[in-house]
Design a binder for this molecule. Structure first.
Ligand SMILES: *Cc1c(COP(=O)(O)O)cnc(C)c1O
Length: 410
């Protein structure tokens, strides 16, 4: 890292570290049973020590390179750009990482931290299965016992990822409660953690949950933005005009955005899952119709009814199908620094095919939400403008589902 970017990092730290109780403005915090308070405090202490330890950072960088395959390419999507007829579209190719998505950045960081804390057992939750696969991979690599909680409905939708996790030695526990998706899987993981906290580290998979998770997960993904900044400066000799990323919990988005936050002229847009449209129970766009509340340890925007009961959510992509959004996103939205948009299932299916056909790149359905917005913006902007879209993962895991959906439409 050059001195210039180290300076930027220092000033960014002043700009946006959570307060001592883990709040980003009014969002975030720690809302857990008392039995987990100590665990979270120990984790924060261990993480801050690791963060300041050059040896830990060097080891993290080493595994990002040798195991995950960093740096990832910043790819000029020439035919997609021509098709749109406006701004240049660059894709940050997180889909090229080992295990197929950005999730591996955070999984490596937290596995190293678990090892440093002397914890030999790791648990994780997973939605689309990508975080489960990334966690299973790092646990295999570092010789850690691994248990992954996954909603039974998601296990059906993403059967191939279940098989991958088991191949790599993880135990996958299906969760039959409620909607049988990500929220229930997180509940089970928390329950496990409360019981086994001495031996176990919980590798949470997104920039969500109680402090220090949102901050820590963000930090492990900052490499995305650091690389993208260097790469666009090398390619275009200037910074981009806009950044676009999909937002489930918010980790790939904050990973790309963070390094650019202080460049006020750069527009940043997080794209949520519009599902079948913005009607109750048919989407997962928390900033469209969500309200402030507390869910799974965190205060943020949540899709809930008048009594505070969590509403049903829907998205074509399992990885964006969650009723709450990462607290740091809520904070920057309030400050007007990050804008939010949504993409519907239909728009996503169309862009999924367009990107595959024009670029020879099959994007994850999650990432395709960002592409939908990137394409709209490219059409609206002049040819001398530059947009970076975070291609958070590859779409191989989604091909079967898309085939079914397109068959049903035909
Ligand atoms: C999990 C996942 C997401 C959503 O998670 P964030 O924490 O919001 O990034 C997006 N894209 C892919 C490919 C994923 O696997």
């Amino acid at each position: 890292m050059s001195t210039a970017s180290a300076d930027t990092t220092a000033s960014l730290d002043r700009f946006s570290q959570p307060d001592s109780a883990g709040h980003f403005g009014s969002y975030g915090g720690v809302y857990v049973p008392e039995t987990l308070m100590t665990a979270l405090q120990d984790l924060e202490k261990a993480y801050l020590e690791a963060k300041a330890d050059p040896e830990f950072q060097a080891e993290f960088q080493h595994h990002l390179k040798e195991f995950a395959g960093r740096p990832t390419e910043l790819y000029y999507a020439e035919r997609l750009t021509e098709h749109c007829g406006g701004a240049k579209i660059y894709l940050k190719r997180e889909d090229l990482l080992h295990t197929g998505a950005h999730k591996i950045n955070n999984a490596i960081g937290q596995a190293l931290l678990a090892r440093r804390m002397g914890k030999k057992r790791v648990i994780a939750e997973t939605g689309a299965g990508q975080h489960g696969v990334a966690t299973a991979a790092v646990c295999a690599k570092f010789g850690l016992e691994c248990v992954v909680y996954m909603g039974a409905h998601d296990m059906e939708r993403q059967a191939l990822n279940v098989f991958r996790m088991r191949l790599m030695g993880a135990e996958v526990r299906g969760v039959e409660a409620g909607q049988k998706t990500l929220k229930e899987a997180i509940n089970e993981a928390m329950r496990d953690w409360v019981t086994n906290v001495r031996s176990t580290h919980y590798i949470l998979g997104t920039a969500y949950g109680s402090h220090p998770y949102p901050m820590m997960v963000r930090d492990f993904h900052r490499v995305i933005g650091l690389e993208a900044k260097e790469q666009i400066l090398a390619r275009e000799k200037r910074l981009p005009d806009e950044l676009v990323a999909c937002v489930g919990g918010g980790s790939n988005a904050i990973g790309l955005f963070f390094e650019f936050l202080e460049n006020a002229e750069i527009k940043m847009t997080g794209v949520e899952a519009g599902g079948l449209g913005i009607k109750r129970g048919e989407h997962a766009a928390r900033f469209e119709g969500g309200r402030l509340g507390v869910l799974q340890g965190c205060k943020t925007y949540i899709l809930q009814d008048g009594d505070g009961q969590i509403e049903l959510t829907h998205s074509v992509s399992a990885g964006l199908d969650y009723a709450a959004v990462g607290p740091e996103h809520a904070f920057y939205r309030e400050r007007g620094r990050i804008q939010f948009a949504y993409a519907t299932d239909d728009e996503v299916l169309e862009a999924f095919q367009l990107c595959s056909r024009l670029e020879g790149i099959i994007p994850a359905l999650e990432s395709t939400h960002a592409l939908v917005h990137g394409i709209k913006r490219a059409k609206a902007l002049a040819k001398d403008k530059v947009i970076i879209v975070n291609l958070s993962g590859r779409g191989d895991k989604d091909v079967q589902q898309v085939a079914k959906l397109l068959g049903a439409q035909a």
